[in-house]
Design a binder for this molecule. Structure first.
Ligand code: UDX
Length: 716
């Protein structure tokens, strides 16, 4: 009779109420509630603020607490047949449609209570055979993370028996379903084809994301259905989080990132004093290439420094001078400065924990963490992250031209990196958006409201990197980490194998960090010589002149040579050469003496060869070969000039390393056959001329000061 009564009621006459349980307002719960709101689903939450007594149910049995909370709260709906109650879990559930569609599908079941189904018989596999058989592509077993039915039946069901908080809720409902009497009493059915509910554990491969305009949904390829409520049950939370980036109309192929536009805040129009308080925490864990540039990028953030408390931990003795110079230049611009130096002997984990604690104590509104190897070149980065308004958010930064980034798309069962289906597209900016990820590092913003939950968040029992501990702890606490690639925000440098034995170690990074090397050392106008109709200077016949390196390169090279200090005597006997004899000796130091030969050959290939091809057409030798690469020093009282000679090269390059008229007077190069001299050589500019036959030349006398040039005999 009860069944009949219910089944005659039309769905248009009934109302849908979604109910859930959440003891904590986790990010997962917020996602659930937002998706319900998005589709106008009326929803109620029970248990908020209570201590959870249901155990770790994603991995073990338990969850009876959920039934008991429902018992306490659903009695108000007792006996009602005009109300459909839909229970779902909340931390791992997303709606993708509204009440009308849900009720429509419910009606088609012609049933009073529908349970979601899954492919695992959990928690008691021995009950397997008691289940009604289903078609091979359908799911046979009950899952208690999603069910719906008339309020009358649901209330009866949850009150049918007593259950302990630690008992298993799924087993509780399973027994009712397997018992023919109760199954028929409440006209229970399982949603074996995922018409309404999709449990994803064990079914990830059966489903695919789809979108139409600005609506996204999941499609079950096995059953041909588009389920409306998606549940990331069991141990697949990270993958579910990834899928949920798209669901609830978060990201679609044609509309792109829709979730990025939601929940944002704006700092526009704020007076400087009203900007949120930020604790900028800089961590220099090891010798790191291009650190001064990284610090400069931080300084260039477009954010009032007087609203920033600066915390800086430097563990590298090597960078003490960089830190001092940074603090001397900018320290007093920040609201406060706290520095941990190498001699404080604080490790990475302790330093980061301390920074968090400081943020908690000072009630900072945001914790902005930047590692020394992150270059945040976009000045609006900090503002953008604040405005995106998420609990934890990182800008995507990658090693240039590589798929090495500061986040993981997925995480393996043992907590290490795993690649997600969309990782490559995100890194390549083929998909731009806001991505909930299981791990991020190097640069991120944490909302100040989380500080209370993050005491010692960089510590764990396991011995892994601090950032892995941090991400693992956040995942366990249900705190979402987002990565945004809505803009190009900056990049990472590679600090592996960074040498610290030279004076200017960045100069040695052309192979490991080509992007930063070029930015630091290659002349701003270098590529103008490569343009189609480039106007290339030709001060003497077949002597070409190009801007090639920045002044800083010249300074570093000269200083490196002087630091090394073993200038040759300018004698004909030269033990550095294979034959032991130099016909036209200079006072010089070879690149291989300072360990820079391999880098220099790369420089010749990458930067010199293209220029050579512009001016000496038809000659192409790749890679360029050179065994004589050296810096020459001319001084009036040492070696002031070089007598006329040919070079043993196909062509020679000659880069001016300092300024005539400033660092020295006199000097220059005279090409005898043409009676033509280049005297006003320019710092950072390269002369290129044939070596062996036509361009018989001499080094003109340096009259005062010291003149330095860098020479290579290319293709001897
Ligand atoms: C799965 C089933 O879906 C679930 O119904 C069954 O009880 C055990 O197996 P799963 O979804 O993986 O569980 O677990 P999880 O999402 O971690 O927890 C279920 C729900 O309980 C949460 O979504 C949330 O609604 C509630 N819960 C859990 C709390 O309110 N507080 C907690 O501390 C933990």
């Amino acid at each position: 009779l009860i069944g009949l009564l219910s089944s005659v009621i039309k769905c248009s006459d009934v109302e849908l109420l979604a109910v859930t349980i959440a003891t904590d307002e986790t990010d997962g719960f917020t996602r659930y509630a937002e998706s319900a709101d998005r589709y106008g689903i009326k929803h109620k939450t029970f248990g908020m603020g209570q201590e959870w007594r249901g155990g770790d149910i994603a991995r073990f049995s338990g969850g009876g607490h959920k039934v008991n909370i429902l018992k306490e709260n659903l009695s108000q709906y007792e006996g009602r047949t005009d109300l459909i109650i839909m229970f779902t879990d909340s931390y791992d559930v997303v709606f993708t449609a509204g009440s009308e569609e849900i009720l429509e599908k419910f009606k088609k079941f012609d049933s009073n209570v529908i349970f979601s189904a899954e492919g695992f018989c959990w928690p008691d596999a021995s009950l397997k055979e008691q289940y009604p058989e289903v078609k091979p592509h359908e799911c046979r077993f009950l899952n208690s993370g999603g069910f719906m039915g008339y309020a009358k039946d649901i209330v009866e069901m949850v009150n049918y028996k007593t259950i302990n908080d630690m008992d298993d809720d799924q087993l509780y409902y399973t027994k009712m379903f397997l018992d023919k009497t109760t199954r028929e009493k409440w006209r229970m059915k399982l949603d074996t084809k995922s018409e309404i509910f999709q449990n994803l554990n064990g079914a990830l491969g059966d489903t695919t994301l789809k979108s139409k305009g600005d609506h996204s949904y999941l499609y079950n390829m096995k059953t041909g259905t588009s389920p409306l409520i998606i549940h990331g049950n069991g141990p697949i939370k990270s993958e579910f989080n990834r899928i949920a980036n798209y669901l609830a109309d978060g990201w679609t192929t044609s509309a792109g990132c829709l979730s990025c536009k939601r929940k944002t805040i704006s700092l526009e129009g704020l007076k400087e004093d009203d900007y949120p308080d930020v604790q900028l925490s800089i961590f220099i864990d090891q010798p790191t290439p291009f650190l001064p540039e990284a610090l400069e990028d931080i300084v260039n953030q477009d954010y009032p420094k007087k609203r920033i408390n600066l915390f800086l931990q430097n563990q590298a003795e090597y960078h003490k001078k960089d830190v001092v110079s940074f603090l001397e230049s900018y320290g007093d611009k920040y609201k406060s400065v706290t520095v941990v130096n190498p001699e404080d002997n604080m490790n990475t984990i302790a330093g980061r924990n301390w920074a968090l604690e400081m943020c908690l104590k000072t009630k900072c509104q945001y914790f902005f963490s930047v590692d020394g190897h992150a270059h945040i070149t976009e000045p609006t980065l900090l503002k953008s992250l604040i405005e995106q308004n998420r609990t934890v958010i990182a800008p995507m930064v990658c090693r240039p031209q590589q798929y090495w980034s500061n986040f993981w798309g997925s995480v393996s069962d043992i907590g290490y990196y795993a690649r997600s289906a969309d990782y490559m597209d995100i890194v390549a900016y083929k998909k731009e958006g806001l991505w909930n990820v299981p791990y991020m590092n190097s640069v991120y913003l944490v909302h100040g409201s989380l500080m209370g939950k993050l005491k010692d968040a960089f510590t764990r029992q396991t011995v892994r990197d601090a950032d892995m501990h941090f991400a693992e702890n956040l995942r366990e606490k249900g705190i979402f980490m987002y990565v945004t690639n809505m803009k190009y925000f900056g990049h990472l440098v590679n600090f592996d194998e960074y040498p610290t034995t030279h004076l200017h170690n960045d100069m040695y990074e052309i192979l490991r960090n080509p992007y930063d090397w070029e930015k630091k050392y290659i002349h701003a106008n270098y590529s103008s010589s490569l343009a189609e109709n480039a106007d290339i200077a030709q001060p003497c016949p077949d002597v070409f002149w190009f801007p090639i390196v920045k002044e800083i390169f010249c300074d570093h090279l000269v200083e490196e040579m002087e630091h090394f200090g073993q200038w040759s005597g300018g004698k004909n006997e030269d033990s550095r050469l294979a034959g032991g004899y130099e016909n036209v000796p200079t006072v010089d130091i070879h690149m291989n003496q300072i360990g820079n030969e391999e880098n220099w050959l790369h420089f010749l290939r990458k930067y010199v060869l293209p220029l050579q091809q512009k001016v000496f057409l038809g000659y192409f030798h790749d890679p360029p070969h050179a065994i004589m690469n050296f810096v020459v020093r001319y001084r009036p009282d040492e070696q002031p000039l070089l007598r006329p000679h040919h070079d043993s090269s196909t062509f020679t390059i000659n880069i001016g390393l300092n300024n005539p008229g400033v660092d020295y007077t006199g000097g220059g190069c005279r090409f005898i056959r043409y009676n033509c001299s280049v005297t006003g050589t320019r710092k950072g500019w390269m002369l290129m001329h044939p070596g062996r036959l036509t361009h018989y030349h001499e080094g003109l006398k340096t009259l005062s000061g010291t003149r330095y040039i860098m020479i290579s005999f290319v293709d001897p």
